[in-house]
Ligand binder design. Structure first.
Ligand code: G
Ligand code: G
Ligand code: MN
Ligand code: NA
Length: 254
């Protein structure tokens, strides 16, 4: 309850910021995308990671305000990255289950994109496998609407939820993000190899892009890229950084 009070104040005083983590496309040989990751800059406690406050934000409904701010800010940043050293970098936005169920979501995105003077193609929507499972009809309708409008859609933390294949095959989305739980030590762990190999094959068979999250070591990148995974997000390439630091970060990756 105390956390909720502090969070309410954080919303009123806008104590949030977004960090952006580059996504490298080995085919292009550079970072082509980024994921927006929220941080709470607490006046006394310092920077607080989303895993520590997003659940409370969801439960209390404060995620509505926070989520709206994230969407507006991430779209504005994609607009700032239309020119300059980070030109063309797309921005992926995480949505919580509650945000995704909000009937105002597509209108909010439309407004943010218009105000930022960007095309929806510059924005990717990330939804966890579990959040996609909450209401199948709603998920299918919303994915269809977003895809028709030009947004890209990624299923996040893939493999950690309970989505069945028959369910997934009928949803229109673009990308699978393999959870870092499977990416970690994939070069040596037989079970991780079986799972990542199957996910890459699944993505290829369904015509989806596949991205490996949390790649920290070159051996992991090599193992996955030899099997057809070309998109990587992880400390091996870059950590999440402030928007201002992105040009420098991209130069270091390059
Ligand atoms: O940065 P960190 O590893 O603490 O992120 C933990 C989780 O928080 C991730 O699963 C990520 O998807 C989620 N997250 C990060 N930013 C946002 C956001 O803006 N909105 C929502 N709903 N979740 C986010
Ligand atoms: O939305 P999602 O659950 O995928 O959030 C990604 C989270 O994983 C971010 O909070 C980010 O800080 C974290 N992350 C990104 N790359 C790495 C990595 O290489 N190693 C570890 N341990 N965490 C990572
Ligand atoms: Mn994510
Ligand atoms: Na994830």
């Amino acid at each position: 309850f105390e956390l909720e009070q502090e969070l309410r104040r954080a919303v009123a005083e806008n104590q949030f910021e977004l960090a952006y983590q580059p996504v490298v496309d080995l085919r292009a040989g550079r970072a082509t995308a980024s994921e927006a990751l929220i941080r709470w800059r607490h006046p006394d406690k310092g920077v607080i990671a989303p895993g520590l406050f997003i659940p409370t934000a969801e439960r209390s409904g404060l995620i509505d305000d926070i989520g709206r701010w994230v969407i507006r800010e991430a779209c504005a940043q994609a607009g700032r990255w239309q020119a300059g050293e980070a030109a063309g970098l797309t921005v992926a936005i995480n949505l919580s289950a509650r945000q995704f169920l909000d009937r105002g979501l597509t209108g909010l995105l439309e407004e943010a994109v218009r105000e930022s003077r960007i095309s929806p193609e510059r924005i990717e929507i990330e939804l966890t496998e579990s959040a996609a499972m909450v209401d199948y009809e709603h998920t299918r309708n919303t994915f269809t609407r977003l895809r028709d409008a030009g947004y890209s859609i990624a299923i996040d933390d893939f493999g950690t939820g309970y989505a069945s294949m028959s369910y997934l095959r009928r949803l229109p989305f673009n990308k699978l993000k393999i959870d870092r739980e499977f990416v970690s030590h994939v070069d040596t762990a037989a079970d991780a190899q079986a799972i990542c190999g199957a996910m890459i094959t699944l993505a290829q068979g369904l015509g989806l892009e596949v991205l490996a999250e949390g790649a920290e070591r070159p051996e992991e990148v090599r193992w996955l890229s030899e099997r057809g995974c070309a998109l990587f997000q992880g400390y091996y390439f870059a950590r999440p950084v402030r928007a201002e630091a992105m040009p420098e970060t991209l130069a270091d990756i390059g």
